[in-house]
Write a protein that binds this ligand. Structure first.
Ligand SMILES: [Zn+2]
Length: 146
């Protein structure tokens, strides 16, 4: 359920997205808030500026949370973002331990505004292969010692 306090923070994320455009960046903004609503970090999309396909604000904040917050603290944070996180960011958010995401535009609503946003066909993957060779370093790493 999205509360009026959530909407206030979501409006701030939308404001970050609008500000990004004035900087020449793509119109996506996010922030990470603690359980009391205090803003811990903000980010906007800098894919073009940084020539970095991973420079989505949600992934920047997920990386920040994983690096700077203890897991129990991260679990109590909420990521507010102007658009629903893409698959890349969603994976990072899960691994970061962030507890909740609140977004404004859904992916479907974004694609209606920018059809190229939804044009990400899956890359063919072949595997598994070379199991005996590949398992060696992994098994050695995870083998209990002593
Ligand atoms: Zn993303």
């Amino acid at each position: 359920m999205i509360t009026s306090a959530d909407e206030a923070l979501l409006r701030r994320a939308i404001g970050i997205a609008a500000h990004a455009v004035t900087l020449g960046d793509a119109p996506y903004g996010s922030l990470l808030a603690g359980p009391d609503g205090a803003v811990l970090a903000e980010a906007h999309n800098t894919v073009r500026r940084d020539r970095d396909i991973t420079a989505h604000p949600e992934l920047k904040l997920a990386r920040w949370a994983a690096r700077e917050l203890a897991p129990d603290t991260a679990a109590r944070t909420t990521l507010y973002t102007s658009c629903q996180p893409c698959g890349m960011c969603d994976g990072g958010i899960v691994r970061s331990g962030i507890g909740r995401v609140v977004y404004a535009l859904s992916t479907e609503q974004l694609v209606a505004l920018n059809p190229a946003s939804g044009a990400w066909p899956a890359v063919p993957q072949d595997g598994p292969a070379l199991h005996d060779e590949a398992r060696g370093p992994v098994a050695a790493y995870y083998r209990p010692t002593g």
